[in-house]
Design a protein around this ligand. Structure first.
Ligand code: SAM
Length: 248
């Protein structure tokens, strides 16, 4: 009798422990409103200031690649004027938000639900005139897992004819996702019949294997990858560069 009582108590304790270990328990969503400046452009948005322990939650903060891409784009806003763009791995959305000030339409995408939540919150913030200096128009968030053709087709159905630009900041950091990423880039490049779509990639070098892998992957899929002269620089102690990728 006493044994059964103990077992019941033990089971109850286990159950309580499981309740404590709900997924939300691990997710840090203590986002801080933070101001960034790129040339004449100030952007305020919600982000974390330090990385989560979960590799998949990289999108909760602003990465060096976004700093590099936004610096480059803010110096070349004429490129974006009146154009359409889709961003891959948008994270908190700092690049898409900057582009939406000049582009006609910007679709920001990510695969992580938690990241999409903060991305949508930042879109809302930038649609609200009281909070910020510049309102963004034509800015939307969509779920897109690299390599998921159904999701790409759904996006292309909503935006027939494709985009002028595909943008990517700091999205080459995990070797296993590179073939899928380049596969999606190729599908989006091909969606423009006039072949005028360009993929602008802000690449941050963290491993020599990745440096060569992206070049090999692009060439395997018959895409040309050209370094933009004058963009190679140091960002937060890492080497970064802007590439422009087109169909061969
Ligand atoms: C290092 S963060 C860069 C975020 C943002 N572009 C920046 O530079 O601040 C990589 C982003 O890519 C997203 N990502 C990673 N793997 C992905 C995949 N397989 N499909 C779609 N998005 C992915 C992550 O959720 C994250 O938002």
């Amino acid at each position: 009798m006493e044994e059964r009582g103990n077992q019941h108590k033990h089971e109850q304790e286990e159950e309580e422990e499981i309740v404590c270990l709900d997924a939300s328990f691990f997710v840090d969503d203590n986002y801080q409103l933070t101001k960034f400046t790129f040339g004449s452009q100030d952007i305020q948005l919600f982000c974390l200031h330090s990385a989560s322990t979960d590799f998949d939650l990289t999108g909760q903060l602003v990465w060096p690649g976004a700093m590099l891409l936004n610096e480059y784009l803010s110096k070349n806003v004429n490129l974006l004027q009146g154009c359409t763009a889709i961003e891959l791995g948008s994270g908190v959305g700092i690049t898409g938000i900057l582009c939406s000030r000049f582009c006609h339409k910007v679709v920001m995408t990510d695969h992580n639900e938690e990241v999409i939540k903060i991305l949508k919150k930042n879109i809302e913030l930038h649609s609200c005139p009281e909070n910020i200096t510049s309102i963004s128009h034509g800015l939307v968030a969509e779920k897109l897992e690299w390599g998921n053709t159904d999701q790409i087709n759904e996006i292309l159905q909503k935006h027939p004819g494709g985009f002028d630009f595909i943008l990517g900041a700091d999205i080459c950091f995990q070797q296993s996702s590179i073939p899928m990423l380049f596969d999606s880039v190729k599908q989006l490049l091909q969606a423009r019949e006039d072949r005028k779509c360009k993929f602008i990639l802000a690449y941050i070098s963290r491993a020599k294997t990745m440096d060569s892998m992206i070049l090999i992957e692009a060439s395997k899929l018959q895409m040309q990858m050209k370094e933009v002269p004058g963009t190679r620089c140091t960002v937060k102690n890492l080497e970064g560069v802007i590439f422009v990728v087109t169909l061969e």
